[in-house]
Design a protein around this ligand. Structure first.
Ligand code: DGT
Ligand code: CA
Ligand code: CA
Ligand code: ZN
Length: 576
């Protein structure tokens, strides 16, 4: 479990919310709020502080009781006190806190005075004038609540591709089994491999008799059917993911796929190119006057405009149309081109599989090499390696390599970049490795200049191969730290080291545009799953999707190189 300071602060804020709704002692509530604020403003991670033997009670506003709760949260992600409160107060009451201007005090009044226990009950009360009758509310507040509820209903949260992926796969498999179905295709942002998706867009063609639209709304995971029609239906799955299904004629399938794949910006550019040629393009086809000249396949649509077929990941109006016209579209990297994995963890730190299991797992996935890069000693909470333990691991790797055929374990470390830019282990041990990944897991909040200097200094060390997850973001959870990425890319070029594209769907860091910048600067990118278990090797696809969005070709990817060439490139980063 990887519990960070904002998670701990969130638990304390939640507890305070509950206590306030329950009308508890104001001093107790304030104690939780103050502690939450302290923790949010803290530089180092609490788990690191605890690991280095610091007394948490030394922090302002943290007494014995709260310190004990912090330990509970670090271990379990939650606190028994919060779980108990959750049993007492209905979840719908807490949901009301999402509405701007409704703090715990007002929610408490709505709950206790009007017995409102859900957003829909709140809507009802706001529409029938019962809210304005409460002391301290009034007509204006009631109006605000109605508007906020409407906005909340309209704004769906974006879902990670990894969450959407398995659901999409199941639904597509199900639709393909429906009698009369000829083709099923996923379009939209999912097809473009965006890191998050707003909803899923699926197209089908089917014979006239096919019951595909009925079967769609009968899918077992449906929570709510939003629209039911002959050519379009929409529903919400139990997970909350919205899916739109469109039934299109075979002669329009390519045109519809092109249209609904988007992006909107790409489509606008495509249409204006068509207009220059006197053609009309819509989801039914490409038309010269009344005459349909293309539409059955996507290739035919692009060809009618004098363009090569454009891979969906590039369709963002970032120069792909010019490239397609001039015959210089990139030949995008694919999963099959990846030769090995350069970032992985074992049970020596926070991984879930042993060194040998990871090696055999990687080999089974068809990889030719695997770099073992456990955390370094600074990360005490995950048992980061000190010099002695790293040496022992190096010996284990030598023994395993002697046994493994057609596969090579590389010796590495994911060494912490300390606050001042030094690395967390001395040169005398780093020099015995094949590669060094430098990463940041602490001091996220430094001002941009200081954070950038810290990273550049780390890259200037004698042994530095790859900058791990370069911006530190966690999608929907933590913003990237402030860093001048252009300067980082220039430094990588100057030093001959590399940048990671972390394939973990929560990270996908570098972003697509930074991949493009790295490529333009001639800096190779390593697409790494950062595997903490054998199963994690499967996350490569998300990294490859992001790399393709960043226009990367095999030649731009470090771990698309065969072992021999890789070894030569890594050696240059380990120069003593
Ligand atoms: P999302 O769902 O927010 O992750 O992003 P998309 O790109 O999947 O957007 P969505 O689901 O609203 O629509 C799918 C595609 O359909 C979109 O990428 C382009 C096309 N499309 C939808 N509405 C329009 C429109 O009003 N104009 C144009 N040109 N294209 C549209
Ligand atoms: Ca969509
Ligand atoms: Ca849609
Ligand atoms: Zn890692």
């Amino acid at each position: 479990m990887f519990v960070r300071n904002p998670d701990i602060a969130d638990v304390f804020d939640r507890i305070a919310d509950y206590l306030e709704i329950e009308g508890e002692n104001p001093f107790k509530i304030r104690a939780y709020r103050n502690a939450s604020r302290t923790i949010r403003g803290l530089g180092p991670e609490l788990r690191d502080l605890l690991g280095s033997g610091k007394e948490l009670t030394e922090l302002p506003g943290i007494g014995k009781e709260l310190a004990a709760k912090i330990v509970e949260i670090l271990e379990t992600g939650t606190a028994p006190a919060l779980e108990k409160l959750k049993q007492k107060v209905p979840a719908g009451v807490i949901e009301m806190l999402k509405i701007p201007n409704l703090g715990p005090k007002r929610v408490s009044a709505l709950y206790h005075e009007l017995k409102i226990e859900s957003l829909s009950a709140l809507k009802d009360a706001a529409e029938t004038g019962r809210v304005r009758a409460l002391p301290g509310f009034g007509a204006k507040t009631e109006q605000h609540i109605r508007e906020a509820l409407a906005a909340l209903a309209e704004r769906p949260a974006r879902v990670s591709v990894a969450t959407a992926g398995p659901q999409v796969e199941r639904l597509v498999g199900y639709l393909e089994q429906v009698p009369g179905v000829v083709a099923v295709a996923v379009a939209g942002s999912f097809r473009r491999c965006r890191e998050t998706v707003g909803d899923i867009d699926i197209l089908v063609t089917a014979g006239a008799e096919s019951p595909v639209m009925e079967r769609f709304t009968d899918f077992e995971d449906v929570q709510q059917v939003l629209a039911r029609g002959e050519t379009k239906s929409s529903l919400v799955l139990r997970s909350g993911l919205q899916v739109d299904l469109r039934r299109v004629a075979p002669e329009s399938f390519g045109a519809a796929l092109q249209y609904f794949t988007g992006s909107q910006a790409h489509n606008i550019a495509v249409r204006s190119l068509g207009r220059l040629r006197g053609l009309k393009i819509n989801e039914y086809g490409v038309f010269d006057g009344e005459k349909r000249i293309a539409g059955g396949t996507e290739e035919s649509v692009y060809r009618a405009l004098g363009l090569a077929w454009i891979p969906p990941e590039l369709r963002e109006d970032r120069g792909e149309i010019e490239a397609a016209r001039e015959g210089r579209l990139p030949e995008l990297v694919a999963s099959a081109g990846i030769q090995g994995e350069l970032h992985s963890h074992t049970t020596a730190t926070d991984g879930r599989n042993s060194l040998e299991e990871m090696a055999l797992g990687a080999k089974r996935c068809g990889l030719k090499y695997l770099a073992v890069t456990d955390h370094s000693q600074y990360l005490k909470m995950v048992g980061g390696l000190n010099e002695r333990r790293l040496l022992a691991q190096i010996e284990d790797i030598d023994r395993l390599n002697a046994k493994l055929k057609g596969f090579r374990l590389l010796k590495g470390i994911e060494v912490e970049i300390l606050e001042d830019g030094r690395l967390d282990l001395p040169d005398r041990i780093l020099q015995q490795l094949d590669l060094v990944i430098g990463s940041i897991h602490s001091h996220f909040r430094l001002p941009i200049q200081q954070q950038t200097e810290r990273i550049l200094r780390a890259m200037d060390q004698h042994f530095f191969s790859i900058l791990g997850h370069p911006s530190g973001r966690l999608i929907n959870e933590r913003e990237p730290y402030a860093v001048d990425m252009a300067a980082v890319i220039r430094k990588a070029k100057e030093r001959g080291c590399f940048l990671e594209l972390n394939a973990n769907p929560q990270r996908l860091d570098l972003t697509d545009t930074y991949c493009q910048m790295a490529k333009a600067a001639g800096v190779l990118v390593a697409i790494n799953t950062d595997a903490h278990s054998v199963a994690d090797f499967g996350q490569l696809i998300y990294g490859v999707g992001q790399a393709r969005r960043g226009w990367l070709e095999e030649k731009d990817v470090l771990n698309a190189r065969p072992l021999k060439e890789l070894a030569r490139l890594l050696k240059r980063t380990m120069r003593g």
